[in-house]
Ligand binder design. Sequence first.
Ligand code: ZN
Length: 308
Amino acid sequence: MHRQSDFVVYLGDLVTANNLPIPNASLYWDRAISASRSRGVPWATVFGNHDDMPFEWPPEWFSPDGVPPLRCPASPPPSTPDSGCSFRGTPRTDLMAAETGANSRLSYSSSGPRELWPGVSNYVLQVLSRRRRTRAGDDHDPALLMYFLDSGGGSYTEVVSSAQVKWFHSQSQFLNPNGRIPELIFWHIPSTAYVKVGPKAKSEIRKPCVGSINKEEVAPQAAEWGIMDALAKRPSVKAVFVGHNHGLDWCCPYQELWLCFARHTGYGGYGGWPKGARIIEVTEDPFSAVSWIRMENGSRHSHVTLSS
Ligand SMILES: [Zn+2]
């Protein structure tokens, strides 16, 4: 028997929302996260490049059925077709509002501060210590901090911006000034550091890297504006987890932390590689963080210790 997870992180590219109006996009989003919802498991999401891909004209709109009606603001009634009317689909902000709106008891996602826009999925979750529950007042530090960053893509550049780096500095200084609390980082698109430390595309995965598939080139962010330096300077940061590349599932060390790919889990998107998920197991007293891949058929591989 497999133990149920306590928490799920969806690492982005769940839907292609910008070509869909909000009722459809939120319906598909809801279906994508229904595996955890139906089991009562809480979750958090970050956005990938596909969730907010630029609008594309579907070829069938040029068939005899023609272009569907424009969506127009309710009031005032538009006098010309361009007064606020569009084929606009669902951007990040609408998707996040839909997820965190009604019936969101299990969602721990949130929209980050406005100054980080167009990035939206920027927030921190604090995992409370068990000690706090058993010996009230004894220790009020959380046991773990989980940072979620929007690595862009879709309607804007694939990047973790300089503003996000500043935000990370201020959050980590505020929540964890002495670095006593271990920290894990989640975003969608690998940073350029993944290219530097990863095995050459399609080559064997050799130690110190750990993984089972290395079938394509790392497709990194467009630029590096300091987030990797900021992370590497904090011994409390143990690992970064990304999605994006379906044909990669390795972890490699980068200075004192680990850079990990998850494993393609959903049924959409490119690549026919067997599906799986990256599991992270964290314990406190003493702290440890280990990870492995669990495949859809229940087998496990690529065990790695992130906390040594
Ligand atoms: Zn992606």
